[in-house]
Ligand binder design. Structure first.
Ligand SMILES: [Zn+2]
Length: 185
């Protein structure tokens, strides 16, 4: 619940839904701010494609809200964002995550996809990837964002289990899994 808003301040006072404590809440992005730079194109309209039910368009708009306290935002950054962003496809064509997976894995290939069984020593930090994935999904359910009336709902059980995992109070949620798709260059 909003308590007080400081005009001309980048933060407002709210309860952080991750730590369940009131405090100063700066802007936080649904997707990491740095990610938007990596998905910009080079043409006359370089903005990323935004897709919603019945609606798509290119826009420089970035989804942000006064949602998380500084400590929680830092925890998400160190827990998964930093590693994941470092390993994503870069504009110069480097793609560290794919390089690591391809170098040390057994693969099963069909015409439409390749499935990889990644070696334990491939240098792919699945804990960081899981944490990053959980953090985006949980943030998606913690705020309406631009859902055009639709909001992601995790249900009270999974919303709380994801939250406890993200604040290091619980294990990865039972019966949850995540899948990683890697596009071919
Ligand atoms: Zn917090």
């Amino acid at each position: 619940m909003p308590i007080q808003q400081h005009r001309d301040s980048p933060s407002i006072l709210l309860e952080c839904p991750m730590r369940l404590q009131s405090g100063s809440i700066p802007k936080s992005h649904l997707l990491p701010k740095a990610l938007y730079k990596t998905v910009r194109g080079d043409g006359p309209n370089p903005h990323p494609l935004h897709i919603a039910p019945g609606n798509w368009h290119q826009s420089s708009f970035q989804d942000w809200a006064h949602l998380l306290c500084f400590d929680c935002a830092q925890r998400l950054h160190r827990g998964g964002e930093e590693w994941t962003l470092r390993h994503l496809l870069k504009k110069d064509g480097t793609f560290r995550l794919r390089d690591k997976i391809v170098a040390k894995s057994q693969c099963l290939t069909s015409d439409s996809f390749t499935a990889y069984q990644v070696d334990i020593d491939a240098g792919v930090d699945f804990d960081q990837l899981a944490y990053f994935t959980d953090s985006v999904i949980w943030k998606g359910g913690a705020h309406p964002w631009r859902g055009y009336g639709n909001q992601i709902t995790l249900g009270s059980r999974y919303f709380e289990e994801f939250r406890r995992y993200l604040v290091n109070e619980g294990a990865f949620p039972e019966n949850a899994s995540f899948h990683i798709d890697i596009t071919r260059p």
